[in-house]
Design a protein around this ligand. Structure first.
Ligand SMILES: [Zn+2]
Length: 341
């Protein structure tokens, strides 16, 4: 891309949900994430916005998702200067460097200039245990990173603590935001990082650009003692999962839930209830989980996004997604809740 031209794939571009991101989402709800326990749902406002029925306490999961970087606390304005004891995460492309050895960690010693031959970008992430934490995006390592290994963020699952995995994914996400918003999406002028909030400001027209978040719904549909599961062509052989898809501009989340189920399976639903959420920063999804009840219709698939769909009872479930996924959390919750014990 020529210098001075805005990147059309930038965070300013609303038409961003290309096939690669759809693939990402579908792969995600087939493969990833993990289960936390069931909790009660006591927020009174919640029953008002999720639909006409009361929220059943067992519909809600205390599910943050493994990529929720909630151990970081953002303090704005950012520190005036970067302290010498700041913690650094080295990002290159969609991966990070970790220290090698029996207890690998994403936190590496600074300054970041020592690690980058070119293309250094710096993003404040937040404070981690009172220490400011920064992502350093490097285009080219300065040298062979002695004592370090490079890995894609998702490859690090199980190799480093979940808390660090969440921070690593957030760091990669913020460096991507930095790279994708070097120029204003409206006028093409260079932008600069704001220190008072996580955003970029255009140097010419003053447009402010924030990191993009793309909401996506995921829903478990019940029909008596059965649930609706569908199969994407991207899934491993035999695997099914619950319905998922991106929220479109101009619709609310409940509408998106109804539309996705209707479009992908021909089924109408009612009684939509919020169940939990999780971030998926590849690049920028937020998965919002629901449970709903069958209201009518016959299964009719599009043979594009979905190649098979059916109702399954507890004793005849197909191959399910990994226990790391919110989709599996929704299914496991249904199994536990409806089990005769
Ligand atoms: Zn501008």
């Amino acid at each position: 891309m020529p210098e001075g031209k805005p990147d059309t794939k930038s965070d300013n571009n609303p038409d961003h949900k290309g096939n690669s991101e759809l693939d990402e989402l579908l792969s995600f709800h087939g493969y990833m994430f993990f289960v936390i326990g069931i909790n009660t749902f006591e927020t009174p406002r919640s029953s008002a916005w999720v639909g006409s029925s009361k929220v059943h306490k067992d519909d809600f999961m205390d599910h943050n998702g493994i990529f929720s970087a909630d151990t970081l606390t953002a303090r704005f304005p950012e520190p005036d200067s970067i302290p010498s004891d700041a913690c650094w995460i080295l990002v290159k492309d969609a991966g990070v460097y970790i220290t090698a050895g029996p207890v690998p960690t994403i936190f590496v010693p600074g300054p970041p200039e020592a690690h980058a031959r070119s293309g250094l970008l710096i993003q404040y992430l937040g404070h981690h245990e009172d220490i400011p934490c920064y992502a350093a995006g490097i285009a080219e390592p300065a040298r062979a990173q002695e004592g370090m290994e490079y890995a894609g963020v998702r490859e690090l699952f199980g190799k480093i603590p979940d808390e660090e995995l969440a921070i690593a994914s957030f760091a990669a996400r913020m460096i991507m935001f930095d790279r994708n918003t070097r120029f204003c999406g409206r006028c093409g002028a260079p932008t600069r990082q704001l220190r008072t909030e996580r955003a970029k400001l255009c140097s010419d027209c003053n447009l402010i650009t924030y990191p993009r978040i793309s909401p996506a719904i995921i829903v478990l549909v019940r029909n008596g003692n059965r649930i609706l599961l569908a199969r994407s062509p991207r899934f491993p052989p035999g695997q099914y999962s619950v319905i998922a898809g991106f929220v479109e501009s101009g619709e609310n989340i409940e509408h998106a839930v109804r539309r996705e189920v209707r479009e992908e399976t021909g089924i109408e639903i009612t009684n939509i209830r919020y169940s939990g959420s999780e971030p998926w920063p590849f690049p920028d999804s937020l998965m919002i989980g629901f449970t709903a009840d069958y209201a009518g219709g016959e299964i009719r698939i599009d043979n594009n996004e979905i190649v098979s769909a059916d109702w399954f009872d507890r004793d005849h479930l197909p191959l399910l997604p990994s226990k790391m996924s919110i989709s599996r959390a929704l299914i496991d919750q249904w199994i536990a809740r409806d089990s005769p014990c």
